[in-house]
Design a protein around this ligand. Sequence first.
Ligand code: SME
Length: 165
Amino acid sequence: MTGPEICQDLDALQRRGATLETLLRRAVELLHQSNPRFHWTGIYELFPDNYLRLGPFIGAPTDHVFIAVGQGVCGTAVAERRNINVPDVRKAENYLACSTATRSELVVLIRQGDTIHAQIDIDSHDLDAFDPASVRLVEQVAQWLAGAYAAFQGPVPQPPKAVPR
Ligand code: SME
């Protein structure tokens, strides 16, 4: 599937009333299936305590369920507010190993303006697996998910007003 096709699928799911959790899970599935070089595909969500927490993923289980902002490739992407494409993880000083088979990694932020909601993290066993077309596809899905986060957050609920007697 292409990026726009994945976004159309997610649109249809959202119209049928899917929760954000379901949409995230579906996005991970479709991303993972979109490219045979994607060997581990997951979403880390950013929490107010400045920790990333692992959400849905496909691939080998990882010890890195919580990652502090600034740690590893994932935490560095948030700290530096940018997407990161690592062609050879063996040369990345800040890399946190998930699997010894991983050779390259891509992190794309799910953000709207200044607000970072989460990130898509993809590992490949191939060196330099993320060419411009595959990065673009992941960016398209990340952009769609940023819109979903905004839609689900909605207005902040207010406490009920006291009724004057
Ligand atoms: N490699 C990541 C850790 C997450 S695992 O790849 C799933 C990092 O350096 O932040």
